[in-house]
Design a protein around this ligand. Structure first.
Ligand SMILES: [Cu+2]
Length: 258
């Protein structure tokens, strides 16, 4: 095999030096997306990392060239290099190129936001998610099924896999936040202001979540689970639930503050 020349070796090392950190960052810093919406977020994140890597490589490359090629040498003692006051072409380039870059990233962001916030026309499952200090309650619309967590038992939301599940998120006391890392998604639960969104989970599994808005002394206990199961398993589970007794209180008594 032909060995690379000095210049070729340097080029190869510089390519590897950029590609390896980028690949490691892209592959390792984000949980694997498990919903259709999370894939849009993940794709956007990768696009931003690539854009940042390219800009970083250009900036660091030019700085390195300037330092090495135009460094002060012994023969330069007592003299200063030519002083260039301005360059119209250069100034146009470093004004226009960043603007185009930002506009491109803005456009990609709008596309991803549209995909994350897209709503199914008629989802078959709608869950009213209610946050309260310090747990969660899941009410399945069109049924009397209500699942609430307790102090030592996180609430579990069972949903069908592979189809959009509509979530109506609210809070009965203070601001909380619904966060499931594998969904790459977080949305605030605000009293009196329901937030609505869809999630379409790709793979069956149990996904851990938690409140992501500091809400009081037992904020850390506001964990939850989302269990995604095939549609027939979901139907069986839903049919087997004991309807919740009518309640006059929005939050179960187990959540009462000490
Ligand atoms: Cu909370």
């Amino acid at each position: 095999m032909r060995r690379p020349s000095g210049g070729g070796l340097r080029r190869m090392l510089s390519v590897v030096g950029v590609a390896v950190p980028v690949a490691a960052a892209v592959a390792g810093c984000l949980p694997a997306p498990v919903t259709a919406q999370a894939r849009a977020t993940s794709t956007l994140w990768t696009q931003f990392v690539i854009a940042a890597a390219v800009v970083g490589a250009i900036v660091w490359g030019l700085i390195t060239v300037a330092i090495v090629r135009y460094r002060r040498r012994p023969a330069d003692a007592g003299s200063i290099p030519p002083q260039i006051v301005d360059s119209r072409n250069l100034e146009i380039a470093w004004t226009v190129l960043p603007i185009l870059t930002i506009l491109g990233l803005f456009g990609l962001t709008l596309v991803a936001l549209g995909q994350v916030d897209a709503r199914a026309v008629s989802p078959r499952v709608t869950v009213d998610v209610t946050a309260y200090r310090w747990q969660w309650r899941f009410d399945y619309e069109g049924t009397a099924v209500s699942v609430a967590g307790g102090p030592d038992q996180p609430a579990e939301m069972v949903v069908p896999v592979g189809e959009p599940v509509h979530i109506v998120l609210t809070s009965v006391d203070v601001a909380h936040s619904f966060f499931v890392p594998a969904f790459l998604f977080k949305r605030d639960a605000i009293p009196g202001h329901p937030n609505e969104f869809d999630v379409t989970i790709d793979e069956p599994g149990v996904y851990a979540g938690q409140c992501a808005e500091f809400c009081g002394v037992f904020h850390d206990r506001m964990t939850l689970r989302v269990r995604a199961v095939p549609r027939d398993v979901f139907d069986t589970w839903l049919a087997g639930q004991v309807p919740a007794a009518p309640s006059t209180s929005a939050a179960p008594s187990a959540s009462a503050a000490p």
